[in-house]
Design a binder for this molecule. Structure first.
Ligand code: TPP
Ligand code: MG
Length: 430
């Protein structure tokens, strides 16, 4: 059913695009024509999520994402919340220093930061189990850190050094670690969706559904929902019952373009309606709310092999990338974003709840400063990959291409000798 509901913890959430045929029809019928103007956006945002206990003001058409229902009713224990704060502060410090390192020309190429999205990132990564698989877009530093790839190795990747997670050959947009099951880091908008969907298909060959089954999380931005690969992937996931959760980080903007001006259905969690994929929208400022919602959708993926869409309402505090001064934002919008910054709010809440005192909070912040400074020193000391490394990681296997194999088939025939690879390749071209 599209409409209002609560999660098992009593947090208000919005849902849409459910599985039963009749409900799917109803939800399509009841949808209104989308508002197009910036002025209408704030009004529309107010009507999306379900009667929240507390609602954030969004000013007059600020280029910020509309708020989702706040879910503050049940919180995890003190240590977990302190742990969330520690992770969020580390990502914040990492991203700020990454921006600085870019201006010092230590980092080249593209560089997109997770500033403002820290609670969303931390909540999502807390929901993901070690054996699950993660695919993300180019705004991937925070995910790599929270997935445990290591501050040193992530910073070294930004610096393009051998000590980086992708041996310095990927850079900011291509964080990858097969052991941690973080399978990228994709620079093409929507590029992560088909391989993530394929990974979910592979899981159906590898094991049976159940509470311990593996699942895939595929993160993307709001703008990505207008790419063809989004719709193709959703359709495949629906008809083949794939264990995948598509997570849409709605930060209100794709570069400088608002969701409302780019999307026929700006309530993005409903965009699975056409494929009968359940969608849910949650507040991205609280890691516990994000975690619970993601865990529930992952459980459905594991146990019932049903895909899901989780829309997380978040903020992009700065420009699209570090070189974007975001001049399209008015002074009021910038001030509003500062007010919406979820990190100081989380800190204040922990102090108000008696979980943290000022001194402890400062210690957590000082620890992050030290850890990131050490990571910068590590990255600086790490050697650059020489040109001889250029082709070392181009192919995953000894064979250049294997388009006809199905998941589970052996890549190499029995008795294959890697010394034959060049001959075979030369032969295939002849
Ligand atoms: C296929 C393709 N088209 C355009 C671009 C240029 N581009 C890079 S990011 C971006 C906006 C994506 O916005 P969104 O999906 O909301 O993600 P966000 O940057 O907000 O995290 C665009 C258009 C691209 N990288 N790939
Ligand atoms: Mg966006």
């Amino acid at each position: 059913m599209a409409g209002r509901t609560q999660d098992p913890q009593g947090n208000k959430v919005a849902t849409g695009g459910s599985v039963p045929a009749d409900d799917a029809k109803t939800s399509t019928r009841t949808k209104k024509a989308p508002a197009r103007s910036a002025g209408a956006r704030a009004k529309k945002g107010d009507t999306t999520a379900t009667a929240p206990a507390e609602r954030r003001s969004r000013g007059s058409g600020a280029k910020t994402a509309p708020a989702a229902a706040k879910g503050a009713s049940s919180q995890p224990d003190a240590q977990t919340r302190i742990g969330y704060y520690r992770e969020m502060v580390l990502i914040r410090e990492f991203e700020q220093r990454a921006g600085e390192m870019y201006t010092r020309a230590k980092i080249g190429g593209y560089c997109h930061l997770n500033l403002g999205e820290e609670p969303t990132v931390v909540g999502l990564m807390a929901a993901l189990r070690e054996k699950d698989y993660l695919f993300t877009n180019y705004r991937d530093h925070g995910y790599a850190l929270a997935r445990g790839l290591g501050t040193d190795r992530v910073m070294a990747e930004l610096f393009g050094r051998e000590g980086g997670v992708s041996k310095g050959l990927g850079g900011s947009m291509h964080m990858f670690d097969a052991e941690k099951r973080m399978l990228g880091g994709y620079g093409i908008v929507g590029g992560q969706l088909p391989p993530a969907t394929g990974a979910a298909l592979a899981l159906t060959y590898r094991g049976k559904p159940g509470p311990d089954a593996e699942a895939v999380m595929c993160q993307m931005g709001d703008g990505t929902t207008n790419i063809g690969a989004f719709h193709e992937s959703l359709n495949i996931a629906a008809i083949w019952n794939l264990p995948i959760v598509y997570v849409i980080i709605n930060n209100g903007l794709g570069m400088a373009t608002t969701v409302e001006s780019a999307s026929g259905e700006p309530e993005l969690y409903k965009r699975g309606c056409a494929y009968r994929i359940e969608g849910r929208r949650v507040d991205g400022d609280d890691p516990a709310v994000v975690r619970r919602a993601a865990e529930e959708m992952l459980a459905t993926a594991r146990e019932q092999r049903r895909p899901g869409i989780l829309e997380v309402m978040s903020h992009r505090l700065r420009g699209h990338s570090v070189v974007d001064p975001a001049r399209y934002r008015s002074k009021d919008e910038v001030a509003e974003l500062k007010r919406l910054d979820p990190l100081p709010a989380y800190r204040e809440q922990l102090i108000a709840d008696g979980i943290l005192d000022q001194k402890q909070a400062e210690q957590i912040e000082a620890d992050a400063v030290t850890e990131v400074a050490n990571a910068i020193a590590f990255a600086d000391a790490s050697p650059e990959p020489g040109p001889e490394k250029l082709f070392d990681y181009t192919y995953a296997t000894d064979v250049p291409n294997a388009p006809r194999l199905m998941p589970g088939d052996p890549v190499l025939p029995a008795g294959w000798d890697s010394a034959d690879a060049d001959n075979a390749y030369a032969g295939s071209e002849a």
